[in-house]
Design a protein. Structure first.
Length: 256
């Protein structure tokens, strides 16, 4: 089934497309549905306010309440709330939802438009994870052979009206590549390299760019690659063969 193409700029709400053939013919109005559509991988992140300025930022998971506790956990002036994310595989976007609340759990990124506004990523997201500092969510997209990074606190600030919609958007996309060019293979799963997540004081804002790295699998060519999420560069790889493991820092894969 053909899907309406989502804009690649800042997170938006419903997209309304009017298809008018002529003044004498009937006009069809096509709108995208704003609910979950073939939901797939999920991730969780802790976001909250900290410090005298009440800055909203990413937080470690231990700053958030346990599922059976209250909605917000406050400790020494740091208040964290737990948010979930689920990828809509058929539409190529990520929905945010609140945990442990009564009423509507879905986070609406555009209250001026009907339905819910979600976060556009690449085609057919196959896995979703979050960095341990709560600053970024990472989606690997099998349909577009790329990786999307989502500014998690920025999305929550936008939804609450604390942040105007930024011109550069809250999502960045990188393409896995070597010096020879794009890898061109479909990623399947992702794990953030623990040592790439920097220490951050609770009251500090998330940096605009951090040297996060991730292990990403590419099943078609039996590759596990360590990727710099700032630009998509493959730092090193490991090919899995019938005879064992082979290190390959300049891997190639069949184009998909």
């Amino acid at each position: 089934m053909d899907q309406l193409r989502r804009p690649s700029v800042a997170p938006v709400g419903c997209l309304l497309v009017l298809l008018t053939t002529s003044a004498c013919q009937e006009s069809d109005t096509v709108t995208t549905t704003r609910n979950l559509l073939r939901p797939g991988p999920m991730a969780m992140a802790c976001v909250g306010r900290a410090g005298d300025a009440g800055v909203q930022t990413g937080l470690p998971m231990d700053r958030c309440p346990a599922p059976e506790d209250q909605n917000v956990k406050c400790d020494a002036g740091v208040c964290g709330a737990l948010f979930g994310m689920v990828a809509n595989t058929a539409r190529g976007d990520v929905a945010f939802f609140r945990t442990n609340i009564s009423g509507e759990p879905l986070v609406d990124l555009d209250r001026s438009a009907p339905g819910f506004g979600f976060v556009p990523v690449g085609k057919l997201p196959s896995d979703l994870t979050a960095t341990s500092d709560g600053c970024r969510a990472v989606s690997v997209n099998a349909g577009s052979c790329d990786i999307s990074l989502i500014d998690v606190p920025g999305v929550i600030r936008l939804a609450s009206g604390q942040l105007e919609r930024p011109g550069g958007g809250l999502v960045s996309t990188v393409v896995p590549h070597t010096a020879a060019g794009p890898l061109g293979a479909r990623p399947e799963s992702v794990v953030i390299v623990p040592g790439s997540v920097p220490d951050k004081a609770d009251e500090q804002l998330c940096k605009l760019q951090t040297a996060y790295r991730a292990y990403v699998t590419f099943p078609t060519c039996g590759l596990v690659a360590e990727i710099d999420l700032r630009d998509g560069k493959i730092l090193r790889g490991m090919k899995i063969t019938k005879d064992g493991f082979v290190a390959d820092d300049t891997p190639t894969c069949p184009l998909e």
